[in-house]
Design a protein around this ligand. Structure first.
Ligand code: SF4
Ligand code: SF4
Length: 152
């Protein structure tokens, strides 16, 4: 599975960037205003599949916040033990995991907070933070070696 895997749903939903020419960015929204997640009647929304829902422009499902990120997590499949720690702790639901197998990062929604890297228990970590502009294959080529335990 490629690292820059994007959910099929993400490709279907016509994802756009908040703060673009036609949209209002979060910093322009009046404080206290109510932003609806869906257009129209949403009373039955829980029973609708994602692709059937009428998302509003302010639903984070349809918008990317990737430009906010300065550093990004890079995932190293070779070391990962699929413990799911990163999936549990990510505050933005940006870890892609299926059937308890870690697949990669949803870079449309990851904000680069580093929590996933901090909670990764492997040695070396299977998630490390790199500059947003670093190529994934270059980042992987720079992965640190396993740290040896210090003798007491
Ligand atoms: S850097 Fe933060 S937002 Fe991005 S995947 Fe890791 S925990 Fe989630
Ligand atoms: S926390 Fe680390 S080892 Fe656990 S699933 Fe995530 S990347 Fe893999």
């Amino acid at each position: 599975m490629p690292q820059d895997l994007k959910l099929k749903a993400a490709q279907k939903r016509g994802i756009h960037q908040l703060g673009g020419d036609e949209l209002v960015g979060w910093d322009e929204v009046t404080q206290g205003v109510i932003l609806t997640s869906f257009e129209g009647d949403a009373s039955d929304i829980a029973h609708k599949k994602a692709e059937e829902r009428n998302y509003s422009d302010f639903n984070s499902y349809t918008a990317t916040v990737a430009p906010w990120r300065v550093i990004k997590p890079v995932f190293n499949r070779d070391i990962c033990i699929d413990c799911q720690n990163c999936w549990v702790w990510c505050p933005d639901s940006s870890i892609i995991s299926r059937d308890k197998q870690m697949l990669g990062i949803d870079y449309d929604h990851c904000k680069g907070c580093e929590v996933c890297s901090q909670v990764c228990p492997t040695n070396p970590k299977s998630l490390l933070m790199f500059s947003e502009y670093e190529e994934l294959d270059v980042a992987l080529s720079q992965w640190p070696e396993k740290k040896k335990k210090e003798k007491k």
